[in-house]
Design a protein around this ligand. Structure first.
Ligand SMILES: [Zn+2]
Length: 421
């Protein structure tokens, strides 16, 4: 890439993503353009790979009597076509709130519309400062214990047993995860806590996963294996408990509030605009691939039209990423097909559940835990109907889940107009 000061540097592509989230727009653009130059030099090879992966799947589907290319993805996700359609219709209907959220970010950055390399840009707000680990633990514990005592007790239990590995070290890989031993039924959380509010949120997220394992403890091994669509329910739910707990703190400054709300709004844009774009692109690609090979230029056309359709005016014209199909690893995983909609599904499912929790109070938590306990035993809509009593095959559940973004977006808009200090 060519840095804004003219310096040329060759960087591993793994660093591109974090550079595209840099606070300096010139750096984001440089990483975007330099990266796409590299991707375009390999685009024919990548297009051939993508065509082979999709072509193989389509051939296998025909031989195996699989009727539609989505059937395998639906089976892997543990949902019905009716459930997926209900969710996607709600997303198509209501993506306006997510576009409005992205529009707020663009305006805060002084832009009339966002470019692709602005999607991950931070809101231009004073940062919250470093949060030491002990303070981070206190914040999570405080939020959990107010709203969900059993979750809080589990968190304390994990800390006491030293099951959370959080200290930074040169020998640790990046990222965070939670893992459970089939043998001992014990759970461990791995992460690198460096003191950002994002790290505090990650801590709550991973403890949510650990809580899911706790609820599943003692179940037979196959009943503990839940599909990806249900894998992020407990983690995102725990994150929502934390976020609400923090926002309930009256001593919070306006800029700290705006930062927290900015994360809520950015997540909304990611799951309601970016991720569905990947689904609609892939869907269009599979339809064309069934009729023959799809060249790189055509893949780029399909990508741009999917981005235009989903982002609308929130993405400035001509500022799409035509080569997103080449750079997104998820399209190239041979074992998992349509590795995109489960993210939106999990996100909206947990927002919908959290809204039900806020509406019906602590009594909801017994039903919620029953849902987690059954998450490896049946299709998602069956588990949800039997435990929570909600209908995932109906559009209203999903529309209500999206509706929960309206008030954080409104409040963020008010705060940004006031220019928080
Ligand atoms: Zn997770």
């Amino acid at each position: 890439m060519v840095w804004p000061d003219g310096r040329r540097e060759q960087l591993p592509v793994s660093q591109r993503r974090s550079l595209m989230a840099d606070a300096d727009r010139a750096v984001r653009r440089a990483a975007f353009e330099g990266g796409n130059q590299a991707w375009s030099s390999a685009s024919d090879v990548l297009a051939a790979a993508l065509n082979h992966i999709a072509g193989t799947r389509l051939t296998l589907n025909a031989r195996r009597g699989v009727g539609h290319f989505l059937d395998v993805a639906l089976h892997q996700a543990g949902i019905t076509r009716k459930t997926l359609d209900a969710m996607l219709e709600a997303v198509a209907d209501r993506s306006l709130v997510a576009r409005r959220g992205l529009g707020l970010k663009a305006r805060a950055l002084g832009l009339s519309g966002a470019s692709w390399y602005d999607l991950e840009a931070p809101f231009p707000l004073p940062s919250a400062g470093r949060v030491p680990f002990d303070r981070g633990v206190e914040l999570v514990r405080g939020a959990f214990s107010r709203a969900y005592p059993r979750l809080s007790r589990h968190f304390d239990d994990m800390l006491e047993r030293r099951w959370i590995e959080a200290a930074p070290s040169d020998t640790k890989r990046p990222g965070a995860f939670c893992t459970t031993s089939e043998l001992s039924d014990e759970t461990r959380v791995f992460m690198t806590y460096q003191g950002s509010m994002g790290d505090v949120s990650t801590l709550a997220h991973e403890v949510g996963h650990a809580f899911h394992s706790e609820v599943l403890r003692g179940k037979r091994p196959l009943a503990r294996q839940y599909p990806m669509t249900l894998a992020e329910t407990a983690s995102t739910f725990a994150e929502a408990v934390l976020a609400d707990g923090l926002l309930a703190d009256r001593s919070l400054s306006d800029s700290a509030r705006a930062l927290l709300l900015g994360k809520v709004v950015s997540d909304g844009a990611a799951y309601l605009l970016d991720v569905p774009t990947r689904f609609f692109f892939e869907h269009a690609f599979y339809e064309e691939r069934a009729r023959g090979e799809v060249p790189a230029e055509r893949l780029s056309e399909l990508m741009v039209s999917a981005q235009r359709a989903q982002f609308g005016d929130a993405l400035a014209r001509g500022e799409e990423d035509p080569l997103f199909w080449a750079s997104k690893l998820h399209f190239f995983i041979p074992d998992v097909t349509f590795y995109n909609f489960p993210y939106t599904f999990g996100y909206l499912l947990s927002r919908g559940m959290y809204a039900l929790f806020l509406g019906s109070g602590p009594g909801f938590l017994t039903r919620y835990e029953a849902f987690l306990a059954e998450s490896g035993t049946a299709l998602a809509h069956e588990v949800a109907r039997a435990t929570i009593g909600c209908d995932l095959e109906a559009r209203t559940f999903w529309a209500d889940a999206i509706e929960t973004l309206v008030s954080p977006t409104d409040e963020l808009e008010r705060l940004l107009v006031q220019k928080p200090s």
